[in-house]
Design a protein around this ligand. Structure first.
Ligand code: 5AD
Ligand code: SF4
Length: 470
């Protein structure tokens, strides 16, 4: 594989790639049949991938491409992939396979794959062998070299570039933001936590924080451009600042972002429970622009399993944070991730997860059946419970959560909330979100999309809220 890499020039700053971008403008134009080339970037997985795709799209724009969501129209297709669960990987394999007839019909079509899946050697090898019409494969550590990689792949030969984690952050990559009022702002990359089930530390490398002045500058620009809802992103935002020259922690950064002038709100994800500080909760409580919403993945309600997961907290510590946060932040919404059926989890362990869910009363949950990931410690653990049994546990969990959500929503009826209008729902109503991340639908003009409105909640149907604009 290194042989494939050898003729790629080792430029390590994005700015130095300008000559490749310039050259690609002409090459891609010609390949597209002397017209403006259309590039499609499809994103799988988490918000970090969404943010990476926004960089790839930004670079495509510099190469003179315009963007499309339609693969039939595209001259270049890039899939930005996710490795967190097998299901996500299977979807990518299926969708890459489905591109074969398109490539046959249009031989000039360029297909590339990037992201977390490509950082795994066995996957990159499989793609290289099984999908000869994929011309470029590059991992998460190579994103800043996209122009040179694309240049090499278009002009010379198929490229696989799985990089080393060099611990650096590459600033200055242009960004094409997908939204105009709701946006993502990465504050750090990588993860050092090595939860025993998780592939992320292996494919995204060690934790590193962006400099606070660069983040604040980006945030100011977003506010100036009209962004109303900014999410600060990192695998574990609570360890923000480690390794920086500046003496800064996440709570301070969050406060500094919220101090920027303008009518906007800020939220963040993801928070690891082991690192949540009282200072962070106090900062949320004291600043109006910081949303009263914390995404706090608990994963499981059994201390025995949490230990095997290497989560480094127990349910007592988790509930202590939740109680403190609820006591300080009015109308707080807590959301979480849960893994059902971790290796060795018994039905009794699972019942403890249900107990915890009932105690916390989460607003909503992202629930996953455990998926073994090659190279992680959990993949080597005994996993005797069959998938079908785990799926039954999952349905039991979803029923419990539905009841909690319905109760929570019913308690909101009659209250007024400031919402950000996001889109027109399929039923024609406007779909909006409260600061604590709950969706409220109401009748109104499409012109309100992207603006804040005051809405009184008039009706709760299970977890769907209806309201009227005041
Ligand atoms: N199996 C199932 N779920 C997983 N997650 C991470 N790794 C796995 C896995 N191997 C879930 C966790 C994490 C979320 C982003 O994905 O709940 O918080
Ligand atoms: Fe994965 Fe754990 Fe890191 Fe989250 S904190 S990305 S679950 S290793």
């Amino acid at each position: 594989m290194s042989e494939l890499n050898k003729n790629i020039s080792d430029f390590d700053e994005f700015q130095k790639q300008e000559q490749y971008i310039n050259a690609l403008q002409d090459i891609l134009y010609a390949r597209a049949g002397n017209k403006q080339p259309l590039a499609m970037v499809r994103t799988y997985g988490c918000q970090q991938n969404v943010a990476d795709s926004e960089k790839i799209k930004g670079m495509f724009e510099q190469m003179g491409c315009s963007l499309t969501d339609n693969e039939e129209d595209a001259d270049i297709i890039i899939f930005n992939t996710c490795a967190v669960r097998e299901h996500a990987e299977d979807r990518v394999f299926g969708n890459v396979g489905a591109l074969k007839p398109l490539k046959k019909k249009k031989p000039s079509l360029f297909i590339g794959l990037c992201g977390c899946m490509m950082e795994q050697e066995h996957i990159a090898e499989k793609i290289y062998k099984s999908y000869p019409y994929v011309s470029l494969v590059f991992g998460t550590h190579e994103i800043q070299r996209f122009p040179v990689l694309l240049y090499e792949a278009v002009t010379s030969k198929r490229i696989i570039a799985r990089g080393q984690d060099d611990g650096k952050i590459y600033e200055g990559i242009p960004i094409h933001r997908d939204g105009s009022f709701k946006g993502w702002l990465p504050i750090m990359y990588g993860c050092d936590n090595f939860c025993s089930y998780c592939i992320v530390p292996y494919v995204r490398g060690r934790e590193r924080s962006r400099k606070p002045d660069i983040i604040l500058n980006d945030a100011r620009e977003m506010v100036k451009a009209g962004f109303k809802d900014i999410t600060l992103l990192g695998q574990n935002v609570n360890s923000y600042g480690k390794g920086l020259d500046e003496d800064i922690d996440f709570a301070t950064l969050l406060k500094q972002v919220s101090d920027i002038d303008g009518d906007f709100r800020v939220r963040f994800m993801t928070s690891h429970p082991k690192d949540v500080s009282k200072k962070l909760i106090d900062t949320i409580a004291e600043n109006d622009k910081i949303c009263n919403h914390i995404h706090l993945p608990v994963q499981c309600g059994s201390d025995r399993i949490l230990k095997r997961m290497n989560r480094k907290y127990d349910t007592e510590k988790y509930l202590e944070i939740v109680d403190y946060a609820k006591s300080k932040i009015p109308d707080l919404s807590i959301t979480s991730d849960i893994i059902v059926g971790f290796p060795g989890e018994t039905y009794e362990d699972f019942q403890q997860t249900l107990d915890l869910i009932r105690k916390v009363e989460f607003t909503s949950l992202f629930t996953f059946i455990y998926s073994a990931r090659v190279g992680t410690p959990a993949a080597k653990m005994d996993d005797p419970v069959p998938y079908e049994e785990k799926a039954k546990w999952m349905s039991e969990l979803l029923k419990v959560q539905e009841e909690i959500a319905a109760k929570r929503c019913a308690a909101m009826v009659g209250k007024t909330y400031r919402v950000l209008v996001e889109e027109q729902a399929k039923n024609g109503m406007l779909s909006s979100r409260t600061a604590n991340n709950i969706i409220v639908e109401f009748d109104g003009s499409k012109d309100l999309i992207g603006t804040f409105c005051d809405v009184e909640v008039t009706q709760a149907r299970n977890w769907i809220l209806r309201g009227k604009k005041l």
